[in-house]
Structures are given as structure tokens and as C-alpha cells.
Design a protein around this ligand. Structure first.
Ligand SMILES: Nc1ncnc2c1ncn2[C@@H]1O[C@H](COP(=O)(O)OP(=O)(O)OP(=O)(O)O)[C@@H](O)[C@H]1O
Ligand SMILES: [Mg+2]
Length: 144
């Protein structure tokens, strides 16, 4: 996990609430648009969309009322461009983040591959969460 460098610049492209299935589709569309605008190749675009879908799905499944917020930015740093997407909610939070990032861990009998899978698909995934204080996941995909 790396923190954004100080030389990095960001421009917000879109931000909206995640409330229902239609917002998940919207997340996918916006990530595709931003990835293409940033010059990500097709494989990386698909990886970003897949990771983002898992995080939006988790908000619908686990956040209080199935609600959260999404924002996406185009970022520049060290001579390259990328896309940064943030998924935040005020839900119950995650007690043990290390456990949640482990393949096969699920509190609802699902596959438990959403978070660890998302991490493998992007260049950086940062998860900030604690029981009772919501969850924020930030993913970054750089142009190669
Ligand atoms: N936004 C969130 N708020 C609260 N808990 C979460 C959130 N996202 C994930 N979790 C917790 O982390 C666990 C692991 O998430 P992950 O997405 O890896 O697996 P899953 O959703 O259970 O299964 P899958 O994504 O494979 O269908 C979840 O079972 C849930 O307990
Ligand atoms: Mg999941």
C-alpha cells in the first residue's frame, strides 16, 4: 500500500451515491469512460471495472442501508496517468481488515474473493475501516 506522492495531481471526474443496482452499472460505465480517457489498455480497463464492481457490490451488501459514495479522479504522477476510485460508506465497518483481505473469508457465506481479488486487479488498494466507523476503499490503476 502506497500513499499518493506529493507530486501527484488529481482531477475529480464524477461523484455520486451508491444506492441500488443501477448505481453499480453507473460505476462500471464511469470507470470505463475514465479508463479510456486516461489511456488504459483494454485489459487494464477491464481489471479496473471488475475491481470497482466488487467494491460497489460490497457497499450494497454490507453498508448500512446498502448505501455509500463513489468518486473517481484522473491522476497524474511521475510522468504517467492513472485512475483513482474511492468507495466509502458509513456502515458497520470491518473488524479485522487482514482477515477480510484473505481469499475465502466471507461473513455471508459468499466466495470471499471480492476484496483480495480486487487488490490483485489494481496497482494499489487501500482499505481503511474499523468496527463502527465505516469503510473506505481506494483503488488506483496506472497507465502502462
Ligand atoms: N463495505 C463493507 N462494509 C462492511 N463489511 C465489509 C465491506 N466490504 C467487505 N466487508 C466484509 O469483508 C468480507 C470480505 O469481503 P469480500 O468482498 O472479499 O467477500 P464477500 O463479499 O463475502 O464475497 P464475494 O465478494 O466473493 O461475493 C465480507 O464478507 C464482509 O464481512
Ligand atoms: Mg464482496
Amino acid at each position: 500500500m502506497t500513499m499518493p506522492t506529493q507530486t501527484e495531481t488529481a482531477r475529480e471526474s464524477a461523484a455520486f451515491d451508491i444506492i441500488d443496482e443501477s448505481d453499480l452499472i453507473r460505476v462500471r460505465k464511469v470507470l470505463r469512460t475514465e479508463a479510456e480517457a486516461t489511456g488504459l489498455n483494454l485489459v487494464d480497463t477491464t481489471k479496473l471495472i471488475t475491481a470497482g464492481s466488487e467494491l460497489a457490490r460490497n457497499i450494497l451488501n454490507y453498508a448500512t442501508g446498502g448505501r455509500g459514495r463513489f468518486r473517481v479522479e484522473q491522476i497524474h504522477g511521475q510522468g504517467r496517468r492513472g485512475v483513482r476510485a474511492t468507495f466509502a460508506d458509513d456502515g458497520p465497518g470491518i473488524d479485522d481488515v487482514g482477515q477480510a483481505m484473505t481469499d475465502g473469508f466471507s461473513t455471508r457465506g459468499s466466495m470471499g474473493l471480492g476484496l483480495p481479488g480486487a487488490r490483485r486487479l489494481v496497482d494499489d488498494l487501500t482499505l481503511a475501516s474499523a468496527a463502527g466507523s465505516g469503510t473506505t476503499v481506494v483503488i488506483v490503476k496506472w497507465q502502462r
